[in-house]
Design a protein around this ligand. Structure first.
Ligand code: ADP
Length: 492
């Protein structure tokens, strides 16, 4: 008899459902786009009802596409956009406001108030996070302040809060279960990442009643059953998208690191059972919890990565498709001292300069568009290098290999250059769908489809391994030039 796992990957721009077989091979995929609303500058909202109906659609559709019997689906795993905040009415199950998306800045003033009140250090100690509208706490506060009698209704126990995972489980179980997992809870700014419980002091700072909050669970366990397909299927995994990708990349051991090269880059570094406090502006987060095993991670992101390639294509019209950047970069023997710093929206870790703007350095009479293209592509690797350098400084560990995924990791030139800069190997797996894969693996572990991590490892297939070809000395000069370019950008 066959066993399949249904992974739901609920993202900011689309919902996806993927059926994996019991060797983690993709059987079918269904995807539906979902619109975002931008009611005011800096605000980003989604319709929570639409989030759920899109998930329902892709789940039903993917089973049809796969042509399998629903009785062979052994488990459902959920991975989701993190921090996005939904508040709904306990009696009706209806959202009381749109979902406030992670990018949304409408609660910036509330964060400033909390910082002015002197709580930032305490919050960072307990949660590993800087006070920022990005995380859920200020978004919940904002919703309670902006609906009628919000605080009163919350205190009466009439409202429920959830990140997208909680909302989906609540809907999929017919309003029976109100749960989340440690990875999602670690992004709310309300969970103490040492105790893995909601923290009374944090709740008081934001004045949020605990009765609104879901039960915090492991990332791999049966939370409840969905009757979406008629039969009862266990929902057996929940993990935030980046943590799920870390697991999907099988970065099970301390010191392992993955980078997703998408619009931006998301790097996660497994720090084992220790939480590491960053001195370089990285976030400390929970990687996963399975039974007694708790794994922590350091997280850093690059705001503009693949987006810089989109800029070459759509803004400057220098290339017609993103993948052309590889051949063009390879047509030159070197970048001839040209650097592009794509600080279009400021610089993230480890520089943290929100006022910085992009710059090009090292132009000569001989500079061509090919140099600009190559330097832009290389900027993804330099920015990744900077984040990994910060992670190595924070942990005192050196990464042995970097596991990669995301759209831009298909670019061989970029991967080779990344390997040279880091002087480490780069592992590119056959299956790029590491986010959904992580959720499927966690769900399979909870339901006996997989016996342990070793069995999971045996299914990992490397598509290509990149090894450094330039010497450490050669790249040191390149890196020194990049650092000068970043410094000059910040001073401009
Ligand atoms: P996201 O999930 O953030 O939307 P994806 O993982 O789908 O992103 O990756 C798309 C991004 O990767 C785009 O910004 C695109 O410019 C970039 N990209 C895609 N293919 C390549 C390539 N071959 N070389 C360089 N960049 C690429």
């Amino acid at each position: 008899m066959s066993s399949y796992i249904l992974a739901i990957d609920q993202g900011t721009t689309s919902s996806r459902a993927i059926i994996f077989d019991d060797h983690l091979k993709t059987v079918a995929v269904s995807q539906q786009e979902i619109p975002n609303d931008f009611p005011k500058p800096g605000w980003v909202q989604m319709d929570a009802h639409e989030i759920y109906t899109s998930v329902e659609f892709v789940c039903l559709n993917v089973v049809q596409k796969a042509g399998i019997s629903v009785f062979d689906i052994k488990a459902i795993g959920i991975t989701n956009q993190r921090e996005t905040t939904i508040v709904w009415d306990r009696a009706t199950g209806l959202p009381v406001y749109s979902a406030l998306v992670w990018q949304s800045r409408q609660s910036a003033e509330l964060c400033e108030k909390v910082i002015r009140a002197g709580h930032a250090e305490k919050i960072r100690k307990k949660t590993g996070l800087p006070v920022d509208p990005y995380f859920s706490a200020s978004k919940i506060r904002w919703i309670l302040d902006n609906i009628e009698n919000g605080q009163q209704r919350a205190e009466n126990g009439d409202l429920m809060f959830g990140t997208v995972d909680s909302w989906l489980v609540y809907k999929l179980t017919g309003h029976q279960r109100h749960v989340t997992d440690v990875t999602n809870a670690s992004r709310t700014m309300l969970m103490n990442i040492d105790t893995l419980n909601w923290d009374k002091e944090l709740l008081d700072i934001w004045n949020i009643p605990e009765s609104m909050l879901p039960l915090i669970c492991d990332s791999s366990q049966v939370y409840g059953y969905s009757s979406l397909f008629g039969s009862q299927i266990p929902i057996a995994a929940i993990a935030g998208d980046q943590q799920s990708a870390l697991f999907g990349q099988m970065c099970f051991d301390e010191g392992q690191c993955k980078n997703t090269y998408g619009t931006g880059c998301f790097l996660l570094f497994n720090t084992g059972n220790k939480r590491v406090e960053s001195k370089n502006g990285l976030v400390t987060t929970v990687g996963w919890k399975i039974g007694d095993e708790v794994v922590y991670a350091l997280e850093g992101s690059v705001f503009v990565a693949g987006a810089a390639i989109q800029w070459l294509r759509d803004g400057l019209k220098l290339i017609s498709k993103a993948s052309d950047s590889k051949e063009i970069a390879e047509s030159l023997k070197d970048s001839d001292g040209v650097y592009v710093v794509p600080a279009f929206t400021g610089l993230g870790a480890p520089y943290w300069d929100q006022h910085a703007r992009g710059a090009i350095f090292g132009l000569t009479r001989g500079t061509t568009t090919a140099h600009l293209i190559r330097a832009t592509l290389e900027s993804l690797a330099y920015q990744t290098y900077d984040v990994i350098e910060a992670m190595e400084n924070d942990t005192g560990m050196l990464i042995s290999t970097l596991q990669v995924d995301g759209g831009a990791c298909k670019n061989d030139y970029l991967m080779q250059f990344q390997s040279d800069l880091l002087q480490t190997g780069i592992v590119r797996p056959v299956n790029f769908e590491t986010t959904a894969l992580g959720a499927a693996m966690l769900a399979g572990l909870a339901t006996g489809v997989f016996s342990d991590k070793n069995e999971l490892r045996s299914n990992y297939e490397v598509e290509r391994y990149f090894e450094p070809v330039q010497s450490a000395k050669q790249v040191q000069e390149l890196i020194a030039g990049w650092k000068k370019a970043v410094k000059a950008t910040m001073e401009f």
